[in-house]
Design a protein around this ligand. Structure first.
Ligand code: ZN
Length: 219
C-alpha cells in the first residue's frame, strides 16, 4: 500500500513538472546557440534584453477583454528564437527593434479565441491549431530608438481588411513601415500571413506538434 502511495505521489510530481513551463529567469543571459535541441520551448527573456515586451494577453487589453496569461512571458521553440534574434539584430542595425505582442499560446487559449472569432481569416481553428500553439509564430511590430511604435495603419488584432498585406489604400509611410518589417522577417526565415501585418510564422513550423503547456510566474 505504502509503495503504491509513493508511486502515485511520484506520478503526480512528474506530471505537474511536465505540464508547466518554467518562467524562472536565468541570472545571466544565456546563449541560444548552446541549446542542444532546436525544438525545446524556452523563454526569450533569458537570451536577449534587446526586445520590447507588450504581451497583450497578459493584460485585459485584447479582443478577449480578459487577461488569459498569468504573466508576460514569451516562450518559443529554440529554432524560432534563433531566427528572431537574428532578425532583431538586423532591425537594430537600422535603428529599430522588435516589440512583441504574442509568442507561444497554449491550445486552451486558442479554443477561447475561436469561440469569440470563429473565422479562420483571423483566428486559427483549434482543431488544426495555430502556429502560435506550436511555438513557431510571433505577433510583432517595430519601435524606434525612443521606443515609439511605427505606424502600421491599424492596431494589433484589428480584424478587418485594412490589417492585411494586400490592402494598399494606406499612406506611403505606413506601407514602407510594413514593408520594412516584412522584408527583414522574410530574410530571416519567417513568412508573413496575408490578413495580419503583425503575424509571422517560422518556415516549416506547421508540422510541429501543438502544445498546451501553461506557465507559472516566477522571477
Ligand atoms: Zn499571430
Amino acid at each position: 500500500m505504502k509503495k503504491l502511495l509513493l508511486i502515485l505521489v511520484a506520478l503526480v510530481l512528474v506530471s505537474c513538472k511536465s505540464s508547466y513551463l518554467s518562467s524562472k529567469k536565468s541570472a545571466v543571459l544565456l546563449d541560444i546557440n548552446q541549446e542542444k535541441d532546436d525544438n525545446t520551448f524556452v523563454n526569450l527573456k533569458n537570451y536577449s534584453r534587446d526586445f520590447v515586451f507588450d504581451m497583450k494577453y497578459a493584460t485585459a487589453d485584447n479582443f478577449l477583454k480578459e487577461q488569459v496569461y498569468p504573466c508576460d512571458e514569451c516562450f518559443l521553440r529554440v529554432k524560432t528564437i534563433k531566427a528572431l534574434l537574428q532578425a532583431n539584430q538586423a532591425f537594430i542595425e537600422k535603428g529599430y527593434r522588435i516589440k512583441l505582442y504574442d509568442c507561444y499560446r497554449p491550445l486552451a487559449i486558442q479554443k477561447k479565441m475561436w469561440k469569440i472569432v470563429p473565422n479562420p481569416t483571423y483566428v486559427a481553428n483549434p482543431k488544426k491549431g495555430s502556429i502560435h500553439n506550436k511555438g513557431g509564430a510571433v505577433d510583432i511590430t517595430l519601435v524606434d530608438s525612443l521606443g515609439v511604435e511605427l505606424n502600421m495603419g491599424t492596431g494589433f488584432d484589428f480584424f478587418g481588411p485594412e490589417a492585411g498585406h494586400n490592402y494598399t489604400d494606406l499612406s506611403a509611410e505606413i506601407l514602407a513601415n510594413r514593408q520594412l518589417l516584412k522584408s527583414i522577417m522574410l530574410q530571416y526565415n519567417f513568412k508573413s500571413f496575408d490578413s495580419e501585418w503583425w503575424h509571422y510564422n517560422l518556415n516549416n513550423s506547421a508540422t510541429d506538434e501543438v502544445s498546451n503547456l501553461k506557465w507559472r510566474c516566477e522571477d
